[in-house]
Write a protein that binds this ligand. Structure first.
Ligand code: ADP
Ligand code: MG
Length: 139
């Protein structure tokens, strides 16, 4: 089993609902190490940059509007098989389809406002952590 990094973003809806503490507690209970942590209010352009792979999708404009409407909390998480494990903890993209006990089932409102982000591959885990954190922060 390989040690991996994945990016967690606590999205604006979950920050607005006061769920930052509960989600970070869950991160630690699930055995992830917090390698770096920060709060940031993304500009529209920064949100578009992060989600560039989705440009052109019907939900892209709404997604970038949502992700830049208030602060997010980003965390670089590390543990064995971090990418797949974090995806399991957060649940399906649509909270209505997410397994019970997952973060999106607990705190997500709908397929757009779904409380948290998780990277989808080991390569993207490294790239997304580097989008938000300097190498010095992650060392
Ligand atoms: P995930 O975050 O589970 O990896 P995607 O990468 O497919 O999901 O989509 C990125 C984000 O875009 C989702 O987390 C969600 O906030 C939003 N999104 C995805 N699909 C839809 C949709 N059909 N309608 C509205 N928003 C969506
Ligand atoms: Mg994705």
């Amino acid at each position: 089993m390989a040690i991996q990094r994945t990016l967690c973003i606590i999205k604006p809806d979950a920050v607005e609902k006061g769920k930052v503490g509960a989600i970070l507690q869950r991160v630690q209970e699930e055995g992830f190490r917090l390698r770096a942590l920060r709060q940031v209010h993304l500009s529209r352009r920064q949100a578009e940059g992060f989600y560039a792979v989705h440009r052109g999708r019907p939900f892209f404009e709404d997604l970038c509007e949502f992700m830049s409407r208030g602060p997010v909390v980003t965390a670089a998480l590390e543990r064995e098989e971090a990418v797949q494990r974090w995806r399991e903890v957060i649940g399906a993209t649509d909270p209505a389809k997410a397994d019970s006990g997952t973060i999106r089932k607990l705190y997500g409102a709908n397929v757009g406002e779904n409380a948290v982000h998780g990277s989808d591959s080991e390569a993207n885990g490294r790239l997304e952590c580097a989008y938000f954190f300097a190498e010095m922060d992650l060392a």
